[in-house]
Design a binder for this molecule. Structure first.
Ligand code: FO1
Length: 317
């Protein structure tokens, strides 16, 4: 069984590739919930929805988030009545937030809601939130902390970051379906998708039971670099690395993760870095990591799985 750790758009694209080549019994996608927030009285879970919509083929390919064929009557009416419109909620997308909020208020765990809504979207693979209890990413900037969506959307990632905090991570509860996977001894590898290391992957690794499970792992952790040729494919990862003084390269990413990752998949553009990363004691594979369409996602997923299998064999020896 493969467990993929996914955040926003990059994670969703590789999850699509993995879901193309693995059956529902062979794959579970653990999704970041640090971006979640309460807005207009609704609990919004952007990374869960981005992965769910993308797996369902319903995602907006232009933005990466929200739904395709969306309409914006709610936002228009909201604005006209003086409501906050900096966070765009499409009319179709709204249904997800309303149903999730109702279910959460009724006491249903987020993982159960996510399973139900994924099924209704036609998904067969399991999407599991990293925690059934709230974890909220706070962005440390000069003068204090910002909620994640305030930094990411309202302030368009402009403020210089000094660090991150994941409020609630220390007491985060791993959902039962994930706890079962973590203890059933059938995990062959964990794949860290090409998501932002600081705000998409770090919150997942901050959940104590997940961090412990990976520290004591008996399987390889394979990661796909989210930095290609010194830039991030999408989003603020490169800007954050610069602001935190990390080299904006696949080597910089590899040293950021250190021993938490056994094998790195880097893009062809970064092939010259292969020897340097290998010199740090990591296995390295070079692949086409730009997932421009489903076929590319599937090809990368196959490369990642082949690499993970090879690492698992060398561990067994
Ligand atoms: N990102 C934006 O840049 N602007 C938005 O108005 C926006 C709305 C939105 C609504 C639902 C949703 O699931 C995601 C949305 N996002 C928006 C993206 C979101 O901020 C990011 O996907 C994650 O939090 C980071 O990956």
């Amino acid at each position: 069984m493969i467990v993929a750790l996914a955040g926003g758009v990059g994670g969703a694209r590789l999850a699509v590739g993995l879901a193309q080549v693995l059956s529902p019994r062979q794959l579970a996608v653990v999704v970041n919930t640090g971006d979640d927030f309460e807005h207009h009285g609704l609990t919004v879970c952007p990374d869960i929805d981005t992965v769910a919509y993308t797996l369902a083929g319903l995602n907006n390919p232009r933005t990466g988030w929200g739904r395709v064929d969306e309409t914006w009557n709610f936002m228009q009416a909201l604005g006209a009545l003086g409501g906050e419109t900096w966070f765009q909620l499409g009319d179709r997308d709204l249904a997800m937030h309303v149903l999730r909020t109702q279910a959460l208020r009724s006491g249903m765990p987020l993982s159960q809601i996510t399973r139900q809504l994924s099924r209704r979207l036609g998904l067969r693979h399991s999407l599991i939130p990293m925690s059934d209890t709230p974890v909220r990413t706070r962005v440390r900037v000069a003068g204090g902390e910002l909620d994640f969506q305030d930094y990411f959307v309202r302030q368009r990632c402009k403020p210089r970051v000094h660090g991150f905090r994941f409020a609630g991570a220390a007491r985060a509860q791993v959902p039962a379906p994930l706890a079962e996977i973590m203890t059933n001894g059938r995990v062959d590898a964990v794949v860290i998708c090409p998501s932002n290391p600081y705000v998409s992957v770090a919150p997942i690794l901050a959940v104590p039971a997940i961090r412990r499970w990976l520290r004591e792992r008996t399987f390889p952790v394979v990661a796909v670099s989210p930095i290609v040729a010194g830039a991030a494919i999408k989003g603020p990862a490169a800007k954050m690395m610069r602001e935190l003084g990390a080299p904006v390269s696949c080597e910089g990413i590899a040293s950021h993760y250190g021993r938490r990752v056994d094998g790195w998949v880097i893009d062809r553009a970064d092939a010259p870095a292969e020897a340097r990363i290998a010199a740090s004691g990591r296995a390295v594979a070079v692949a086409d990591t730009l997932m421009t369409d489903v076929a590319a996602s599937k090809a990368l997923a196959l490369d990642v799985l082949r690499f993970a299998r090879a690492l698992a064999k060398s561990r067994a020896r």
